[in-house]
Each structure stands twice: as structure tokens, then as C-alpha cells.
Design a protein around this ligand. Structure first.
Ligand SMILES: Cc1cc2nc3c(=O)[nH]c(=O)nc-3n(C[C@H](O)[C@H](O)[C@H](O)COP(=O)(O)OP(=O)(O)OC[C@H]3O[C@@H](n4cnc5c(N)ncnc54)[C@H](O)[C@@H]3O)c2cc1C
Length: 508
């Protein structure tokens, strides 16, 4: 039996009609780049069935998006290869498109839309996606619907703008159990979609390369930015599921204690899933379910591996601990994945302008930085020096090297890295621009709501005033490389960073 589809996930983007005389319901996959655990896909399937129409799934990749590079392209293309295999397995009519000089994107979507009864797409509140949806909704003559599958709780259900995680947490706890029962379909069987594939063919040559051919495809495209893919990093759903499994088997038990310690990546107890979440290769709902089922198995000593909302401890509503499960590492991880992640997403949902600058910061922070505008900067660097890890500070340089060479940065180092850019930049505006550029250019998980809440956290967002008042940062929390060095044994982390540039396995 079908579970009801939550109305709060649905946003009508124009008031144009369903055009029943046309061929197919079009699902334009933009943010949830997967064919499982996907609310947009579920909605498109329902609509196609209800209207007795074909379902076409379109996943496209243009070359001109902001911060475009071989690094990001390769990650997305690997995801498309996984999706093509899954589409074949479930018999879905999946059209994958990659823009190349021979195969330009101009007018393509409009052309595909000419046969669309209705267009369903993903309602992602950041990057270029809101504008793309708006443009499409104006240009086409059929209905356009955006589905919010960003998290386990539809963003519109959170109510008023929540300016901090502690404000959002009780709302999440109130809504969680209900939405746990309304999750997207974990996967499709061939028999469930077969009647929806009438074999319509794409009006463009489909992207059908194998993994080994990706570098050839990349060489045909001219990118605005020269950022190479990272050897050994692979995008796509298959890799995302592998990371999830590895996290549950080897790392989650230490999440609370080892998450924050910079170390060799094999020793840092984190999931590594942010890039896969960003590109939609895996859903937050699937990770939440897997973590809760794992916690149930631990708690019941193997008697059950199926968590249900009865396990929720309502006495801990609004608290970080004990709410979802008596297993503390599960609560700790889920608080990051749900509370902190959704705090960023709901901010963008309410205020799209967030990503542009530091204007969103609360008044006390703006007044603070105005007071310290003319403070003498102890160090000054040009962009090349920043880029190439050429500051006086080996710990900052290590963090930057990690970002540039691996497309990732340890979360604690990310905080320190951001704070120091603010401290050593001529103005907070320049610091913001540099942080945005580095984060979005090099990090696989960049260009996301959490990119901006993470960066703005360094400017004091979500935080309180700290004392004593310091040079440049004023009352905004200060972090130093010296105290990082004292707090953690950094030798293994620094050796790892050295190995990125010195070993034979040098990545560039
Ligand atoms: C300056 C700065 C920039 C950042 N830029 C990004 C970014 O571009 N994209 C991004 O996804 N995160 C960003 N973060 C937040 C955080 O660093 C990453 O989410 C985390 O390191 C990703 O690694 P993981 O998937 O192994 O995390 P895990 O610790 O395994 O956490 C699981 C998931 O929870 C969420 N999460 C964890 N920590 C945070 C957090 N502090 N804020 C919001 N969500 C969180 C993420 O979705 C993450 O994938 C930034 C933080 C800072 C300080």
C-alpha cells in the first residue's frame, strides 16, 4: 500500500496546467541525483501512473556552472554512470546528458519540455537551482512542481526562521516520528516501473561512457577553473553506500570522541558522506534509517535491527542526548546530520540571499566587526600565497593543502582555517569572498547551504560573544593554531598532509 505523499514537500512553481495531450511526465533530476530514496522520483512516478503517461527521467550536466572544474564534473559523471545502471535494472527511461562542444545545451531543456505533461524537479534551496527552477517555470507552458526531498522533515514544516540549532532542535524532535513513517521509497523493482517506460528516445545523444572513458569526456570540455579530480575519490551512489557501510562497521562507535581530532583519515571517526549528500547520491533519510537500525541492534544486543519511533525518549525532546536512542554515538551523529544540516537548509529556505555576503549576520556581530574594521592585521597575504599554502602558519597551510589536494577538510581544521582567513584579511568582506571561493572551488561538498552556514559560523553565526575582546575578531570566538596543537596530537595529521605533496603518490 502506498503511504500518503506529504503535501508539505510539494511546491507549485507556476500556475500552468497539466497538458494531458502530451507524451510524458518529466522528472528533471537536479539535486537528488539518485533513483532510490527520492521523494521527487516518487512523486513523478505517482503522477505518471495517475495520468497513465510515460515517465522520463532527465539528468543533465552543463559545463558553465559556477566553480565548474574537472574535479566536480568527474564526481557527478561517476554518479550518472551508477544511475544509468540502476535505471537499466529497474527499466526506467533515464536520459543522461553531458554538455560538450559537439553537444551544446542551449535550448535543450525547453525542447525536452515540449513533450512534457508536467515537470517535476528537486527543490534545493541553494546554488543555481532556485533560479533554474524559476526560469524553467516561466519558459515552459506546462505545470512545474518542485519537491523538497532535502531532509527527513520537509523544510516548510519548520515554521518561522530558526536562527540557531538550539531553536530548530525541538521542532525537529516534534516532527521526526511522523516523517520517519513517510520516508521515500527505498528502491524500485522492475515490475513497479516497467509500464511507465514507453521507450521514448532522447532528442540528444545520451551520455553513455564507462568510468574508464570519463577522462576522455573531460578533456573535450573547457572548464573555467583548473582543479583536477582527486586520485582515489569516486562519486556516485555505489561509493556513497560503501562509505555508509564502512562508517557503521568501523567508525560510528567512536564518533563522539574522535570526530573532532585531526588525524590520518583512516582514524577520523566521520562518515565522509557530505559530498554524496550534496550531490544527492545518497539521501539523509537513508543514512538516518541505517544509523537508527544500527543503534537498535547495538541496544538490543542483536535481537532487533529495526528501529521504530517507539524507541524515542520524549523526556529528551530538545536535547542532543538520548532522544533517538539510548546509544549515545547515534544521537551525536544524528544531531549533526539532522539538526546542524537542517539549520543551514532552513535558513536558505527562508532567506535565499544568505549566500551572497555577511549581511545576514546578527547585529551584534556586524557592530563588532565595524568596531574592529581598522584594526591592524598581523599578517597579510595575496591570493596566490593563500592558495598555495604559503602563510607563516604550518597548521593553516596543512588545512589548505588538505582542501586543495583532497577536496575535503577535517571539520575542526575547517573552523580554524576560516577564523584565520578572517584574522589575516584586510576586511571581513574580502575574507568572506576568499572563504566562499576556496570552499566552493576545491571542496566536493561545497556550494551547499552548509558551506555558507559553516563559513558564517567562523564570523560568529550561531555563537555568542566571547571575552576578552581581541584584535580584528573582537568578541567573535577566537581560535589559534597553538591551542589546536596543544589540544590535539597533530603529528599523524601533519604527516598525512606531507604525504599528499611529497610521496610518489603525489596527487598532481
Ligand atoms: C568553514 C566551514 C565550511 C564548511 N563547508 C561545508 C560545505 O561546504 N559543505 C558541507 O556539507 N559542510 C560544510 N561544513 C560543515 C562540516 O565541516 C561538514 O559537513 C563535515 O565536515 C562533513 O564531513 P562528514 O560528512 O564526514 O561529516 P560527519 O561528521 O560524518 O557528519 C555527517 C553529516 O552531518 C552534517 N554535518 C556535520 N557537521 C556539520 C556542521 N558543522 N554543519 C552542518 N552540517 C554538518 C553533514 O551533512 C555531514 O555529512 C563547513 C564547516 C566549516 C567550519
Amino acid at each position: 500500500m502506498l503511504v500518503p505523499f506529504p503535501q508539505s514537500r510539494i511546491r507549485f512553481c507556476n500556475d500552468k496546467p497539466i497538458l494531458n495531450n502530451r507524451k510524458y511526465v518529466l522528472y528533471w533530476m537536479q539535486a537528488n541525483r539518485r533513483l532510490a530514496s527520492n521523494h521527487s522520483l516518487d512523486y513523478a512516478v505517482r503522477l505518471a501512473k495517475e495520468l497513465g503517461k510515460e515517465l522520463v527521467i532527465y539528468e543533465g550536466l552543463r559545463k558553465d556552472y559556477p566553480w565548474n572544474s574537472k574535479r566536480l564534473h568527474q564526481f557527478i559523471l561517476e554518479g550518472m554512470i551508477d544511475n544509468a545502471k540502476e535505471a537499466e535494472r529497474i527499466s526506467a527511461n533515464y536520459w543522461s546528458y553531458v554538455e560538450t562542444p559537439k553537444n551544446p545545451a542551449q535550448g535543450l531543456l525547453k525542447k525536452i519540455a515540449e513533450n512534457a505533461v508536467s515537470i517535476i524537479t528537486d527543490d534545493f534551496p541553494c546554488f543555481i537551482i532556485p533560479e533554474q527552477i524559476e526560469k524553467l517555470s516561466c519558459k515552459v507552458d506546462c505545470q512545474v512542481i518542485a519537491i523538497d526531498g532535502n531532509g527527513i522533515i520537509p523544510l516548510s514544516e519548520y515554521g518561522n526562521f530558526a536562527s540557531a540549532a538550539r531553536i530548530l532542535r525541538p521542532r525537529i524532535h516534534k516532527l521526526f516520528a511522523n516523517h520517519y513513517l513517510l520516508k521515500a521509497k527505498p528502491s524500485y523493482k522492475k515490475s513497479e516501473l516497467a509500464n511507465l517506460n514507453h521507450g521514448s528516445s532522447a532528442p540528444f545523444p545520451k551520455f553513455e561512457a564507462a568510468s574508464s572513458e570519463i577522462s576522455q569526456v573531460l578533456s573535450e570540455i573547457s572548464f573555467s577553473n583548473n582543479v583536477e579530480p582527486v586520485l582515489g575519490t569516486k562519486g556516485g551512489r555505489i561509493q556513497a553506500l560503501k562509505f555508509l557501510k564502512e562508517f557503521l562497521h568501523h567508525k560510528i562507535t567512536n564518533y563522539e570522541t574522535l570526530r573532532s581530532k585531526p588525524d590520518h583519515p583512516s582514524q577520523v571517526a566521520v562518515s565522509n558522506l557530505s559530498a554524496y549528500l550534496h550531490f544527492g547520491h545518497i539521501s539523509a533519510e537513508e543514512i538516518i534509517t541505517a544509523v537508527l537500525d544500527w543503534s537498535e541492534e547495538i541496544y538490543t544486543k542483536g535481537k532487533s535491527s529495526c528501529w521504530t519511533p517507539e524507541r524515542i525518549n520524549i523526556d529528551f525532546k530538545g536535547k542532543r542526548e538520548n532522544f533517538y536512542s539510548p546509544v549515545s554515538s547515534a544521537n551525536s551523529y544524528l544531531d549533526e546530520l539532522i539538526t546542524w544540516r537542517d539549520t543551514g537548509y532552513q535558513m536558505f529556505w527562508h532567506k535565499k540571499e544568505f549566500r551572497k555576503n555577511t549581511e545576514i549576520l546578527p547585529d551584534w556581530i556586524k557592530a563588532n566587526f565595524a568596531r574592529h574594521k581598522k584594526d591592524k592585521r598581523e599578517y597579510k597575504y595575496n591570493k596566490e600565497e593563500w592558495s598555495n599554502s604559503k602563510t607563516h602558519d604550518p597548521i593553516w597551510n596543512a588545512a589548505q593543502t588538505e582542501l586543495v589536494h583532497t577536496g575535503r577538510m577535517h571539520n575542526y581544521m575547517r573552523m580554524l582555517w576560516g577564523k584565520k582567513i578572517i584574522e589575516w584579511s584586510p576586511s571581513i568582506e574580502e575574507a568572506f569572498d576568499l572563504l566562499e571561493e576556496f570552499n566552493n572551488l576545491y571542496a566536493y561538498d561545497g556550494r551547499n547551504p552548509n558551506s555558507y552556514t559553516g563559513i558564517l559560523w567562523c564570523f560568529g553565526l550561531f555563537d555568542r560573544p566571547w571575552f576578552p575582546e581581541r584584535n580584528v575578531l573582537g568578541n567573535v570566538r577566537y581560535m589559534s593554531s597553538d591551542s589546536t596543537r596543544k589540544k590535539f596530537k597533530l603529528a599523524a595529521y601533519l604527516d598525512y598532509i606531507d604525504s599528499l605533496t611529497n610521496s610518489q603518490g603525489s596527487l598532481f
